[in-house]
Design a binder for this molecule. Structure first.
Ligand code: ADP
Length: 399
């Protein structure tokens, strides 16, 4: 605000536009931010797992995308809330580093926010919650390491790699062809991999698509292809490792979704070559971590123990969502599986989403890479801590 005078000496006040701001402080700021983050997570929750729902998104120019890939859904949602944008970034980071687990990471962050809200209401300071979450995340990450196993494979025995890629593809729209697509992805990755140096350059794998034919006609080309009127194949070139996955399908939407699913499968195979440790999926790893983190809470005398316990509860969100999305009663199912973990000392029990008849995820061949799962926990914790530490939100007010 400034005081000025007109040509007759009459005073008037100049209100600068920048000063017309709305402001949220303290608990109100945290609650508003938590609500924004939770609403993004709620959208993705129903897409988690093999029975997860797909989302249909229309762009302003009319392009329609059908997908259940977390990173893609958020990318296309065009959110304008800053906290919601952080959740989009979160999914993107998981996609960038790992390539898989993009839905799970957001669901976990949403659940951590929900638990934090309860603690804030009980009067626990946000910094205490953030510190407790940090401790709990380290316990969970270490625990994951302790329940992980090595997944053995070689260039001649690719079946284990194929099985893992199939797990990734089983929750996608293309799951009907998961075996064939998983084999293509693994062969493509091995073609460009240096197994001794544990190095994979995914840039050497081109993923192309052309409308026509069936998904089953998708093939791996040992070279590159050029779209010049069916297609020009340039194969088996000397001194070039480049390969192309050529996707076929009935329409553009299907091809685009297949590209995204293949990307996930390629990343999973690459991650296993870089580090062949795995944990079991179907929510089993989260349940096992939840039990370990809960037990660790008792050893902390400070206020942080509430946050550590809340972190353990937040981890349950993954198996709960998997059960709910598969039409199972979530709480009953989780209770049974959790008690199995404790009684049978079996960390492989998860949610039998496909009604196979066993919830031992080893028997179901449902794995995830250790680094992928650890990254989910670390990234979700990081973003939630960041949100909790904001106690002043200043935005330009709307006119
Ligand atoms: P994300 O984008 O996070 O990978 P998905 O929709 O692909 O999300 O779902 C991944 C989750 O589904 C993981 O927790 C994984 O362990 C679980 N999952 C995948 N296949 C199965 C299965 N056949 N049975 C139970 N859980 C599964």
């Amino acid at each position: 605000m400034a005081l000025a005078f007109d040509e007759y000496g009459r005073p008037f006040i100049i209100l600068r536009e920048q000063e017309k701001k709305s402001r949220l402080q303290g608990l109100d700021a945290q609650k508003a931010n938590i609500a924004a983050g939770k609403s993004v997570a709620r959208i993705l929750r129903t897409s988690l797992g093999p029975k997860g729902m797909d989302k249909m998104l229309q762009s302003p120019d009319g392009d329609v995308t059908i997908t259940n890939d977390g990173a893609t859904i958020l990318e296309l949602m065009d959110v304008d809330n800053q906290i919601a944008k952080l959740m989009v970034e979160l999914s993107r980071s998981q996609d960038y580093d790992i390539g898989d687990g993009t839905t799970g990471v957001v669901v976990l962050a949403g659940s951590l926010l929900e638990q934090a809200e309860k603690l804030l209401e009980r009067g626990i300071h946000p910094i205490r919650i953030a510190e407790g979450y940090e401790m709990a995340s380290r316990i969970a990450v270490d625990h994951l390491e302790s329940i992980s196993t090595k997944y053995e494979f070689s260039a001649t025995d690719i079946e284990p790699l194929v099985q893992t890629c199939m797990t990734t593809l089983s929750s996608k729209i293309v799951s009907r062809c998961k075996r064939a697509l998983a084999e293509i992805a693994v062969k493509a990755v091995l073609a460009v991999a240096d197994l001794e140096r544990k190095d994979v350059n995914l840039d050497l794998i081109k993923v192309e698509g052309k409308v026509g034919g069936k998904l089953e006609d998708t093939e791996l080309v040992q070279g590159i292809i050029v779209d010049k009127d069916r297609m020009l194949y340039i194969e088996k070139c000397a001194n070039s490792k480049a390969v192309t996955i050529f996707i076929r399908g009935g329409n553009k939407m299907m091809i685009e979704e297949t590209k995204r699913s293949i990307h996930d499968a390629l990343c999973v195979a690459r991650n296993l070559i870089i580090n062949n440790s795995i944990v079991y999926g179907g929510g089993s790893a989260e349940i096992s971590c939840s039990i370990a983190v809960d037990a660790a809470a008792d050893r902390h005398p400070g206020v942080e123990q509430y946050a550590i316990r809340a972190f353990a509860d937040a981890l349950d969100a993954i198996p709960l969502a998997l059960a709910e999305n598969s039409g199972l009663p979530p709480i009953d199912t989780l209770t049974v599986v959790k008690s199995q973990h404790v009684k049978e000392n079996n960390s492989r029990c998860g949610i039998d989403c496909n009604d196979v008849g066993t919830n031992d995820m080893k028997e179901q061949n449902v794995f995830e890479t250790l680094i992928g799962k650890q990254q989910q926990i670390l990234l979700a914790t990081q973003v939630v801590k960041m949100i909790l530490k904001i106690d002043d939100v200043i935005t330009p007010s709307e006119y």
